[in-house]
Design a protein around this ligand. Structure first.
Ligand code: NAD
Length: 684
């Protein structure tokens, strides 16, 4: 066997270890891996079987998406692949000898379905041990029996959380809910699996099982109906029904109360439906682009190491803010970080927020108290206008207020104190990076590194050099981005606003123009666009960003791209009423309750003088066809801006523009962004 290593003891107990070789970071259930397993099962009759991995960080990360993608156009092949895999897993399930999964590292998708087919599951206490069935994120449902076997092991409610909510469990949580039978130190994994196999044969597993006893929930018919309809309602609220997979997954999970054979056939039918959908094709395609962005060496320079010590200037004022979000991401990635702000109050708030985020991580069992303490110890802070402490930092992210003069003044002061090899990167949203760099002596060690809000969560980082940036500077920026676990998109050429903001803001400007000129209802435009696949309509986005920030950025971008920002929009005063600035004040175009968006705020036209008729909601122009036409114009504007980015040589790859706009602004992942294969306005 090429991918499975077989060890047999004198009593014919077999350990099968999966290993896709040193080149592969993760083990995957490729077709050939399954075939080899099938051949083994057909030709062996061991005393017991332990299925494990030779990679401590990856039991199995799931099916090979490239292989699935290759078969999507052929429904017969999709059916064959699935039935073959299900058949193999059923052979394990019905094996007349004990089969135990010994799991260390990622156990996701098909990997978890393989583990669920085994008679017991033992997990290693390893930071990388993680269980999940994330198939709905790529437009399909678990298809190797997971929708039937998971609810049988951990119950309906938790199975919904994992399959539909894409929740991932660490070893400890998996043990608590009965997904694994016991959790042990890594060096005890195989020995415990062997003991379990012996006990399974003797019917004595309860003595060793530390997890809650497995049980199939005995929820009455109406209770099940209620849980399932609640799940459907939540999905429809969150996704406006744009994605078929989560809804099909709920339907498949619903069938898990039937016998296994019937349930599996329901799963098969629904799996085939999802696999044939344009959403699956688009989501898998963008998944492949994302993998490319994360693995390729974007720059013409040798790969570099991430910084030994990171500096961040400007902690940020609202919520987690940009600077403190970046600092939090850095300490979470194990990078010592110095966070500085001119204002002691901002630093005080930043430390309090970072500490409470670490505490929340401990409370949610994402990290241990010791890990939280170790991360906190990596953070140092300073405030005021002295920068001597930056001598020890070898990479500094500038995240101060979006003001060109302030940024220039800071950079020239900072440059006096930092080491001659240190890099400075600006996080500017709307200024031209080389204009920001004008005050620097050493422009070769400067570039743009644009994070998205909230920086600790959003995975995209746009990177751009100026004409003076040295390739090594970009390589070091790329190394930091990867060390933070983020996905980089490196521009071919700088521009103000970089890629995502240029595209997004042009769409927002057009939406505002239509509201001001024809009185189109903002909420209807948002609703239409969200039902089309945008995570958030342009007016809701403005609420989230804050009217003051939006006003500032639109005016700043208008300076660089006057043709894209009509005078009416540039003259618009979004900050007339300080009590109506969007989410941060609890109301804007919508009412907000903390992070949660509420009802439309129909009084916005009186609260802020938008110079449109107050009765605009009653205008004929709000006919559905007109709303749709306006929403399509907004999308077309974005697509035009994307075409300009290519024509100007800012980013020549359409795929990478789509990836950036999906990860940075949530624009139509279901349609693969703005240039996606399914972006066909005539169809809608
Ligand atoms: P903010 O106004 O909330 O925070 C700016 C911080 O910089 C404040 O804490 C302020 O005290 C500090 N500051 C100002 N001048 C300083 C100086 N000379 N030295 C040290 N600290 C100084 O701004 P923000 O929203 O956190 O944005 C910061 C930067 O990140 C801006 O360039 C912005 O364009 C960019 N950005 C913002 C977002 C966003 O959504 N907020 C997203 C991406 C990028």
């Amino acid at each position: 066997m090429q991918f499975w290593k077989l060890e047999r003891d004198s009593s014919d107990n077999i350990v099968l270890s999966l290993d896709l070789g040193p080149e592969a970071k993760q083990n995957l259930l490729k077709a050939r891996v399954l075939e080899e397993l099938d051949e083994f099962l057909a030709n062996s009759r061991p005393n017991s079987l332990i299925i494990t991995s030779a990679k401590p960080e990856s039991f199995c990360a799931g099916a090979d998406i490239e292989e699935i993608r290759g078969s999507l156009n052929n429904p017969v092949l999709v059916k064959q692949i699935r039935e073959k895999a299900v058949g193999i897993l059923l052979k394990i399930r019905h094996a007349p000898y004990p089969v135990v999964a010994a799991i260390s590292g990622t156990c996701l998708g098909g990997g978890l379905e393989l583990a669920l087919a085994c008679h017991a599951r033992i997990a290693a206490k390893h930071p990388r041990t993680l269980f999940g069935l994330p198939e709905t994120s790529i437009g399909i449902i678990p298809g190797f029996g997971g929708t039937q076997t998971l609810p049988r092991v951990i119950g309906l409610t938790r199975a919904l959380e994992i399959i539909v909510g894409q929740k991932k469990l660490n070893a400890e949580t998996a043990e608590k809910c009965g997904l694994v039978d016991t959790v042990v130190e890594p060096d005890r994994l195989l020995a415990t699996a062997r003991t379990f196999a012996d006990c399974l044969r003797l019917g004595l597993t309860e003595r060793y099982r530390t997890a809650k006893k497995n049980r199939i929930e005995s929820i009455p018919y109406f209770g099940r109906k209620l849980i399932l309809s609640g799940a459907i309602k939540r999905v429809l609220k969150e996704t406006k029904g744009v994605y078929p997979a989560p809804l099909r997954a709920i339907e498949a999970i619903g069938a898990s109360c039937k016998n296994l054979e019937t349930g599996l056939s329901v799963e098969g039918k629904l799996f085939a439906e999802c696999a044939a959908s344009p959403e699956a094709r688009n989501l898998m395609s963008i998944f492949a682009v994302r993998n490319e962005a994360r693995s390729k060496n974007w720059v013409n320079a040798d790969p570099q190491k991430p910084p030994g010590c990171l500096g961040v200037v400007g902690a940020g004022k609202n919520g987690m803010g940009m600077g403190k979000g970046i600092a939090y991401a850095a300490i979470s990635a194990g990078i010592p970080t110095l966070l500085h702000d001119i204002s002691p109050d901002c630093i005080h708030d930043a430390v309090a927020l970072i500490e409470s985020a670490l505490k929340a991580g401990v409370a949610k069992k994402r990290i241990t108290p010791a890990e939280a303490a170790a991360r906190r110890a990596l953070l140092t802070v300073s405030w005021g206008n002295r920068y001597e402490r930056f001598r020890t930092t070898d990479f500094i992210v500038e995240a101060i207020t979006e003001n060109l003069e302030w940024k220039r003044a800071l950079l020239s002061e900072l440059e006096k104190h930092i080491s001659p090899s240190a890099i400075i990167a600006t996080n500017t949203s709307s200024l031209l990076p080389s204009e920001v760099a004008a005050s620097l002596q050493h422009k070769d060690r400067f570039g743009a590194m644009h994070f998205f809000n909230p920086a600790e969560k959003m995975e995209l980082v746009e990177i751009a050099g100026t004409p003076d940036t040295h390739p090594n500077t970009l390589a070091r920026t790329l190394a930091l981005t990867k060390a933070l676990g983020k996905t980089p998109v490196v521009l071919d050429k700088e521009c103000a606003g970089l890629v995502v903001n240029r595209i997004l803001l042009r769409g927002i400007a057009k939406a505002f123009l239509k509201m001001l000129t024809v009185g189109i209802d903002p909420w209807k435009v948002d609703d239409w666009l969200e039902r089309y696949g945008m995570m958030m309509g342009p007016f809701k986005t403005t609420d989230l960003v804050g009217f003051d920030t939006a006003d500032h950025v639109i005016k700043s971008m208008g300076r660089y791209y006057p043709d894209s920002y009509p005078k009416l929009v540039l003259d618009m005063e979004l900050m007339q009423n300080k009590a109506v600035l969007g989410k941060k004040t609890g109301k804007g175009f919508y009412f907000w309750d903390g992070e949660r968006v509420g009802e439309p705020n129909y009084r916005i036209f009186q609260e802020i003088n938008f110079k449109v008729r107050a009765d605009s909601r009653n205008l004929k122009t709000n006919d559905p066809w007109f709303v749709e036409a306006v929403a399509q114009i907004v999308l077309n504007e974005m697509r035009n801006e994307g075409s300009w980015l290519i024509a100007e040589g800012v980013l020549k790859s359409k795929d990478m523009i789509d990836l950036a706009i999906i990860l940075g602004a949530g624009i139509c992942p279901n349609r693969r962004g703005i240039f996606g294969s399914d972006f066909d306005l005539a169809r809608t």
